[in-house]
Write a protein that binds this ligand. Structure first.
Ligand code: DUC
Ligand code: ZN
Ligand code: ZN
Length: 467
């Protein structure tokens, strides 16, 4: 299955590379291919797809006095288990810090530790003369995108003047501007007022981060992109009104793109409000605290996200994988939701969760591949090598069994480094059977055969979505 069609084929891999896609049973140069290869993986009755590309992860991200609980080792191994063969993580620069020191630090964290290939975007948490001067040099480092935050004042935040200046660099260099679009200063006032009223449970995180705050910031980002001519990619879109802004901008001819994440398709504010456990009481909802937040199902956001994926108002699905344990991490926010580290761990489950869109008739098989692999490759400058099964591409291949089944629990079948799962109890129609990462079989019939250090840094080119 590719983004453009499906059919029966044999895929021939030599070393790390796909060398041929053949009609079943073809002879190659007079030889019987099946008889002359080292190993045949029989995928009869299953889907053979390009390995998943999760273009938005945060391994080991420092946040709220703690760090995301997956290391590059544990997080990329979990990704492999779930049929993802490439991640793009975020190197971090913060205010006053040096862009290249931030990037160097991320290289140190990842190098030699990853199970699958990885690239980096650069977070610019402090737009100033020094970072603006450094940004064009990112292109040579294979970093072709940077992320700004209109949220988190005092941490990652950029004001409109900073956003504008960074977007001018985006326009000049072709670096893609990625935006966390929420009105952080206004959200922080609302959040403080809620806490002062004693409304401290996790649920109020989503009340403070109202959809209006996302719609407004999305619109502002679009206008700043328009005036500068920068290409804009809005991350973790969760509000239907934000999607409408993106669709409006695209109709005006702007180079504006958007991703959503599984949590905004499946989970809701109402379920977060109802969350209860013996151990945590209503604080159980902390496992679903992420930003942008979960949205109200009564308001129809989840259905709208599915629709937007079908109609291409949203172009891709990433996870924003940013896991924190309940113990010692999420619990920092007991009594004050503002102190709950923001994030959900999903890197292991994205391919399965999105396949449910096929099962329920919301997506075609081809669109599943496009949203989870082919578009991420094109959007972030890796297409040809990644995101497609064709001669010359890296042999990143998943054999997916539509008749298999996957139960998401927190037992031995769970590989992310977390003490809970936001997805516990989900029953998936479908199963990741075999995962090949650059020619090496890393997941084989329920066994992990890879090793840390298998994954290599991918130098990315500029986005292939623009002329
Ligand atoms: N949102 C999250 O949920 N976690 C990390 C950063 C972000 O923007
Ligand atoms: Zn973000
Ligand atoms: Zn993120």
């Amino acid at each position: 299955v590719s983004a453009t069609g499906r059919g029966l084929a044999d895929v021939l891999v030599d070393g790390e590379t796909i060398v041929a896609v053949l009609q079943p049973g073809s002879a190659l140069l007079g030889t019987d291919v099946a008889a002359s290869v080292d190993r045949v993986i029989d995928a009869t009755g299953k889907y053979v797809i390009p390995g998943g590309i999760d273009a938005h992860t945060h391994m080991q991200l420092p946040f709220g006095g703690t760090s995301a609980s997956d290391t590059f080792e544990t997080g990329t191994r979990a990704a492999a288990w779930g049929g993802t063969t490439t991640i793009v993580d975020f190197a971090v620069q913060t205010y006053g810090g040096d862009v290249f020191e931030g990037l160097e630090r991320w290289h140190e964290l990842a190098a030699g530790n990853c199970a699958i290939d990885y690239g980096f975007h650069q977070i610019i948490g402090g737009v100033d003369d020094a970072s603006l001067a450094a940004m064009p040099k990112l292109v040579d480092e294979g970093i072709s995108s940077f992320k700004l935050f209109m949220a988190y004042p005092g941490v990652f935040y950029s004001d409109d003047a900073q956003v504008l200046r960074a977007m001018q660099v985006s326009r000049e260099t072709g670096l893609l501007t990625m935006m966390h679009a929420e009105n952080g200063p206004a959200i922080d006032v609302l959040a403080a007022q809620l806490v002062a009223q004693g409304k401290t449970d996790p649920y109020y995180h989503g009340i403070a981060r109202a959809w209006q705050m996302e719609e407004e910031a999305t619109h502002r980002a679009i206008m700043l992109a328009d005036v500068t001519g920068a290409p804009l990619y809005v991350v973790h879109v969760s509000a239907k009104q934000a999607v409408e802004q993106l669709a409006w901008a695209r109709d005006r001819g702007q180079n504006v793109f958007g991703e959503t994440c599984p949590q905004y398709l499946y989970l809701s504010l109402e379920e977060q409000l109802g969350a209860q456990s013996d151990e945590w009481g209503a604080f159980e909802g902390a496992k679903w605290v992420c930003s942008t937040p979960l949205r109200s199902r009564a308001e129809g956001h989840q259905d709208h996200m599915w629709q937007a994926l079908r109609t291409n108002d949203l172009q891709m699905v990433s996870t924003d994988h940013c896991p924190f344990c309940m113990k010692d991490q999420k619990e920092l926010g007991l009594g004050d939701f503002r102190k709950i580290p923001n994030g959900i761990g999903s890197v292991e489950h994205r391919m399965n969760l999105m396949y449910q869109g096929v099962v329920t008739g919301r997506l075609t098989l081809e669109r599943w591949v496009e949203l989870t692999s082919t578009t991420p490759a094109r959007m972030f400058g890796m297409y040809g090598r990644k995101g497609v099964i064709q001669p010359g591409a890296d042999a990143d291949i998943v054999v997916y069994d539509p008749n298999g089944h996957t139960s998401i629990g927190i037992d031995a079948t769970h590989h992310m480094n977390m003490d809970h799962s936001a997805w516990e109890g989900y029953e998936i129609d479908g199963h990741v059977d075999t995962v090949i990462s650059r020619g090496k079989v890393v997941i084989d019939d329920g066994a992990y055969l890879g090793a840390k250090g298998d994954g290599r840094f991918i130098k990315r080119g500029l986005t292939q979505y623009l002329t």
